[in-house]
Design a protein around this ligand. Structure first.
Ligand SMILES: [Zn+2]
Length: 440
């Protein structure tokens, strides 16, 4: 159960990291004996990477504030992970070439390999996103498989710089060899056709988390932006969560309704993730989660990865503004929460509310660290999947500013490394351990 898992966790990760460092790649993690108290986040969550920010910018920043030297050292050495990046949709729909540098000001593409190096992003989960509109039939699964194939094709074409990661151990091995570790998560549980066989097929193809729903409620789970039909997870939904546990696939509770969230926590044997959600106490958006939910994730041992999407973090979207948004949704769209984004946009325009700032993202990290604990917060940018980002977070090259901001707010180096990727890596390793020993 979750509590037991939490105490067992560091052992798993120490073992994994030991495997990654050893010359015995065949040794399985659970065969290794290590002491939990030997886990030092500073060495454990390190890939030994070089500072890849361009020299003039680096020099200017350090001249402005010597704290930047520390921030750069930590940031590029840390294993930086991201729970949710939508670049695969761009690859399939727009022929986007992930190996070529794109200029952010001239395109809304936020991520490519050259800019991942520049921004120090090491191990993102690429989202295999399937629209709710495609329904629960084979068309959705086919879409997912096509997208996975395209990610693999582009990674293979850039094999010197990147590799597909299938495990926490792969993340450590790839990033310590100076390459980017590309993980894949399925956004939209409807694409598994409520079938354990299809779930297994997607696992075999490389999927390591399933976002139980996207915007649409489907046959076994309610979504946060649809009218509830089941009051959470159905019995079939519970079975599928257990099947994910058995495979070592993370259960992602971003996008699900609050009742699905609690039902999934009740069933899961492994820690969960929210691959791209922020704090509802700061922005009362249904896509964010409230403080009780944050505490429930902490109890489960999971991690909440902060979404950077402006309407989810912008501190100017006060409770009063959001109440007006929900009233307007009721008036103009019969309360259809799928329309929340255009309505927020309209309300902001009417009130002249500007974009958020990078500090808003830091406020959400701070809040989750305070309420759930620093072991339960990570990054889940939603790059390439969102239409607006706070000022100062234009694309993946801006990630070092998160590290600098956390240092400036007094976070320790160990805690910063946990937030940047250590927590996510730990949770991935724990889910693998549950799969390895499902009787736990
Ligand atoms: Zn999403």
């Amino acid at each position: 159960m979750p509590k037991k898992l939490r105490t067992a966790t560091p052992l798993v990760l120490v073992a994994l990291l030991a495997v990654a460092c050893s010359s015995q790649p065949d040794t399985v993690a659970s065969d290794l004996v290590a002491q939990a108290d030997t886990l030092d986040p500073i060495t454990a969550y390190s890939d030994g990477g070089d500072i890849r920010m361009n020299a003039p910018t680096r020099e200017r920043l350090v001249a402005e504030d010597p704290l930047w030297a520390e921030a750069l050292r930590i940031h590029y050495d840390a294993i930086v992970m991201d729970g949710h990046i939508d670049t695969p949709s761009r690859m399939v729909d727009d022929g986007f070439d992930f190996g070529t540098r794109h200029t952010p000001r001239r395109s809304d593409h936020h991520v490519d390999i050259p800019r991942m190096f520049e921004g120090g992003l090491d191990a993102p989960f690429f989202s295999i996103y399937v629209s709710s509109r495609l329904g629960e039939g084979s068309e959705s699964t086919a879409r997912a498989l096509r997208m996975i194939a395209e990610v693999k094709r582009q990674v293979a074409a850039n094999i010197e710089q990147a590799g597909i990661a299938y495990s926490a151990e792969d993340v450590v091995r790839l990033t310590r060899s100076g390459r980017k570790a590309i993980l894949m998560g399925l956004e939209g549980g409807h694409a598994i056709q409520a079938s354990e066989e299809v779930l297994g097929q997607l696992y075999d193809a490389g999927i390591r988390y399933v976002t139980l729903t996207h915007t649409g409620t489907h046959s076994w789970a309610d979504a946060s932006q649809s009218r509830p039909q089941h009051g959470g997870l159905t019995d079939r939904g519970r079975e599928l969560v257990r099947a994910m546990n058995r495979l070592g696939m993370l259960v992602d509770l971003s996008h699900v309704s609050d009742s699905t969230f609690y039902d999934a926590l009740e069933v899961t044997e492994a820690p969960v993730i929210l691959s791209h959600s922020s704090a509802r106490a700061l922005v009362k958006n249904v896509r964010n989660i409230d403080d009780d939910m944050l505490r429930a994730v902490a109890e489960n041992g999971g991690v909440v990865m902060i979404n950077f999407f402006d309407p989810m973090v912008n501190g100017r979207l006060t409770d009063e503004v959001m109440d007006a948004v929900y009233d307007r949704l009721e008036r103009e769209h019969q309360g259809n929460l799928n329309q929340i984004w255009p309505v927020i946009r309209a309300e902001r325009r009417d009130r002249g509310i500007p974009s958020g700032m990078l500090e808003d993202i830091l406020n959400h990290i701070d809040h989750v660290a305070r309420v759930a604990g620093v072991d339960h917060v990570g990054l889940g940018s939603d790059f390439d999947g969102v239409s607006s980002l706070p000022d100062g977070m234009e694309d993946v090259t801006r990630l070092p500013w998160i590290t600098y901001g956390l240092l400036k707010r007094g976070y320790s180096e160990g805690d910063i490394r946990k937030i940047l990727g250590g927590n996510t890596l730990r949770v991935l390793a724990e889910a693998e351990q549950v799969a390895f020993d499902p009787t736990d």
